[in-house]
Design a protein around this ligand. Sequence first.
Ligand code: SAH
Length: 300
Amino acid sequence: MEPPHESAAGGRKRRRRGGDRNRWKPSSSSQQEPPPAAAPAPLSSPPAKRRRKDGTGQAAAAPKRGNTSSLLEKMRARLSGGHFRMLNEKLYTCSGQDAFDYFKNDPTLFDVYHTGYREQMSHWPEQPVNVIINWLKRHNASWTVADFGCEYHLHVAGNAAVAKNVENKVFSIDLVSDDPSVIACDMAHTPLESSSVDVAIFCLSLMGTNYPNYLEEANRVLNPSGWLVIAEVRSRLDPNNGGADPEKFSKAIIQLGFSLVSKDEKNKMFILFYFKKKEKSKVAKSIDWPQLKPCLYKRR
Ligand code: SAH
């Protein structure tokens, strides 16, 4: 199935009135990520419709009012869409610690981010997290799992989706949480014990500029022979579009002490890597980590 708007991704189009106004497209290269249908609208409960009566008891003719309220809705959607883009860029261009501090100061921004993120994802033909959930279901329910960047959000259906959809014991980790079952921390430094999990998942969550620290942390908490499952946005690993070389990315993780078991490239929007920690793993002295470019979205 083609993701929506794929065909429009190459050239800049004249804006159409109405629906497309609040759509976004990624600025990074690519035709890879389709834009969301409409900007997220945490503020968007439509204003209560008021009907003014005239002397006859009839509702006053209101075409202007209707226009005003839909204009207001569009403006709200635009504002929150812009806010989402700003937060998304922030997450891709700062360290995990800075992101943690940022949202700690104002957790409501986390809601804005996740509402926008969900909107983006609703247009992907396949959700990488579902591929990972199905992979887990086909394996061992007794494995302990750590979901690094689980997407915790109180108001969004499907948050911390891995924990909710598998029988395994899952440590769900994200920057903000008011739920005791989700650990709030910068995932470069989790409270998990060393060698305590069998599967570490990073599903679209290698966002911070210090992403290698997240993988080092996963290496610390993984048991020997544990799995490291990574899903990343395809354009971030597309050298033809300024992305990192996926071979270089895999090589760095191999130098961390893993073997690459398989790579799933059949999805249009993301690549999946399945690594296994070596029984007697050893971290190379210096690892040449490629830079992962941010996945940014701009208005169409
Ligand atoms: N895994 C989910 C969400 C991906 S969005 C899914 O596949 O749908 C990326 C998630 O990683 C967000 O929830 C974001 O808050 C989280 N995240 C990014 N950097 C983080 C960090 N340093 N520590 C903890 N969580 C982080």
